[in-house]
Design a protein around this ligand. Structure first.
Ligand SMILES: C[S@@+](CC[C@H](N)C(=O)[O-])C[C@H]1O[C@@H](n2cnc3c(N)ncnc32)[C@H](O)[C@@H]1O
Length: 256
């Protein structure tokens, strides 16, 4: 089954009058380019060890998928019906693998563009017999748009997204009006978006955007949504931020 590309252009023009002056709307980025796309970014290639290649060959076909146009049937893929959470930018998956056993009643889909990171997570899932994690290799925005059914997710997590600190790269930031609208469309009513950053200037940027998407009710932090607020595990990049005395800022939204 393929999905039509939703038309976000009108939605962003309406209902987002609160944007700070000078901030481009997603629709200002170029004709038909509604959100940042990393497809042309050719950094961090990385290779796998022989062992990782073997694990990839044996287990990726059932635990992983590449970006494609087929909407994923989560019940079939996980072999059960359970609330599903998508984590965008799982990195090496250290915290994903540590968190998944603490939330065994949830299906976790880790989305990452960095294959060696996915290979590490895949290895951990196989070694530690973690059964509630699946992986998709691709740009999180594209994955949400093309592979995730509207209104189907209980949660979306974006922990320590790349801050893209240079002004000319700000348009690559994943937290902005287009992706927020797309995320809202993939969450079921009541579903939670959880974002964390240790980057002060990115935190300011996100703070300016907390009310930009009409379908997302900003809950602040902390809020009483136990499964998603109780992270319990420090992520790899969070630990690096803490080492540098960075303040960790977290955000929660609920789909109206
Ligand atoms: C700073 S790291 C954080 C990794 C992990 N969440 C942590 O806290 O340790 C950001 C990760 O997001 C991935 N990433 C960046 N943009 C992405 C996108 N559009 N879709 C999927 N992954 C993305 C990068 O490859 C990188 O692994």
């Amino acid at each position: 089954m393929t999905m039509n590309t939703p038309d976000f252009s009108q939605t962003h023009r309406e209902g987002t009058g609160e944007l700070p002056a000078g901030r481009p709307l997603q629709t200002d980025f170029g004709p038909g380019l509604d959100y940042p796309r990393l497809g042309s970014v050719t950094f961090r290639r990385g290779t796998l060890t022989d062992n990782q290649e073997r694990t990839w060959r044996d287990h990726w076909p059932h635990l992983g998928r590449d970006l494609g146009d087929e909407v994923v049937d989560m019940t079939e893929w996980f072999g059960r019906e359970a609330p599903t959470i998508v984590e965008i930018g799982s990195g090496t998956g250290t915290s994903t693998a540590a968190m998944a056993p603490v939330e065994p009643d949830h299906n976790i889909v880790a989305v990452e563009i960095y294959r060696p990171g996915l290979a590490k997570l895949l290895g951990a899932c196989v070694r530690e017999d973690i059964t509630n994690v699946r992986m998709i290799k691709g740009d999180g925005v594209e994955v949400l748009q093309r592979m995730i059914a509207p209104g189907s997710l209980d949660g979306v997590r974006i922990f320590f997204p790349d801050p893209w600190p240079k002004a000319r790269h700000h348009k690559r930031r994943i937290i902005q009006s287009g992706p927020l609208h797309l995320i809202a469309s993939r969450l079921r009513p009541g579903g939670i978006l959880h974002v964390a950053t240790d980057h002060a200037e990115y935190a300011e940027w996100i703070t300016e955007l907390v009310d930009v998407e009409p379908e997302l009710e900003y809950l602040g932090w902390p809020a009483d949504v136990p499964v998603l607020t109780d992270r319990q595990v420090v992520t790899k990049f969070e630990a690096k931020g803490i080492d540098k005395d960075h303040t960790i800022t977290e955000y929660l939204w609920r789909r109206r």
